[in-house]
Design a binder for this molecule. Structure first.
Ligand code: NAD
Length: 285
């Protein structure tokens, strides 16, 4: 993917907006799509806020900020993605929702377009199997917050071609990210290791072993984690955490991945973490 080629990002939530910002700063032209127009507005305002902060801190200059913003177009419909060299899907972590998006993309995009999914846990092979181009579908799993985190987990589905893999890996390197290649398995490596730890931290609160503050303090001060697991869960989104645990639980058929009832309850109450203003902690708007 050369600089200035057009790249689609579908889903303008926590991850989609971060991915769009990084691509735009690397001089790609980005079309950012979301089914919910207010999400597109929020995405643009978050990206502007992040870039303004980078200018204030002298990480970029004003011209670079303006160029990055000019590289992003927002769209409610996927039709505009027709000519994209690559489309990165970052919609909600629900198989049916992603399947629907990939069916649309498969129909609209050129046969040469690579389709990537930012899924945290859903089988890349299964998603690929819902399209007519399973060889050109791959997992490109960015970490949150995307502009800051170096890792991109690349997940090869069973039918992902070597050509698709090589193009994806070199694209990730051009973003100044570090690709780590893994095979397709529920949660891959990142969330297979991380999510059970977060779920266990939630069990500690549920079983009244400790307060959220105490659990986070133990992991920060005792294990040298940069942030506690409950602060991290709020940053990721509790709905995303629950969806990932559900996938691990269902796909491994192993009770060790049972989502904590408190996690279910919080999601049912709309306490989704930072994005809703309330999770294990409170956040001002
Ligand atoms: N949050 C994290 O820390 C994190 C980290 C890595 C990967 N991921 C993965 O990235 C993906 C997105 O997660 P997120 O946290 O950004 O979620 P989010 O809930 O913040 O955003 C999802 C967005 O998708 C949009 N959407 C839903 N259905 C759509 C459709 N049919 N067409 C277009 N847009 C649609 C929603 O309106 C919303 O804006 C998920 O697969 C998640 O597992 C999340």
């Amino acid at each position: 993917m050369e600089e200035l080629s057009s790249i689609g990002v579908v889903g303008a939530g926590t991850m989609g907006r971060g991915i769009a910002q990084v691509l735009a700063q690397k001089r790609y032209r980005v079309v950012l799509c979301d089914a919910v127009p207010s999400q597109l507005e929020r995405a643009l305002s978050t990206i502007k806020k992040n870039l303004n902060r980078d200018v204030e801190k002298d990480r970029i200059n004003a011209a670079e900020r303006d160029q990055a913003l000019a590289n992003i177009r927002v769209q409610a419909s996927l039709e505009e993605l027709k000519g994209s060299a690559l489309v990165i899907e970052a919609v909600s972590e629900v198989f049916g929702v992603k399947q629907h998006v990939f069916a649309e993309l498969d129909r609209l995009c050129e046969q040469t377009t690579i389709l990537a999914t930012n899924t945290s846990s859903i089988s890349v092979t299964q998603l690929a199997g819902t399209t007519k181009r399973p060889d050109r579908l791959i997992g490109m799993h960015f970490m949150n917050p995307v502009p800051v985190m170096k890792l991109v987990e690349i997940i090869r589905g069973l039918q992902t071609s070597e050509e698709t893999f090589l193009a994806t890996r070199s694209f990730v390197e051009k973003l100044d990210k570090v690709p780590v290649v893994v095979n397709d398995s529920p949660g891959f490596v990142s969330n297979r290791v991380l999510m059970p730890m977060i779920n266990e931290a939630i069990f500690c609160v549920y079983e009244n072993v400790a307060t959220p503050e105490a659990v986070d303090a133990v992991m920060k001060l005792g294990m040298n984690h940069p942030m506690g697991p409950l602060t991290l869960a709020d940053l990721i989104g509790l709905d995303v955490c629950l969806n990932i645990m559900e996938t691990l639980y269902a796909d491994f058929s192993d009770p060790k991945y049972r989502p904590c009832p408190l996690l279910r309850k919080m999601v049912a109450a709309g306490h989704l973490g930072r994005k809703s203003g309330q999770g294990f902690y409170r956040y001002s708007p």
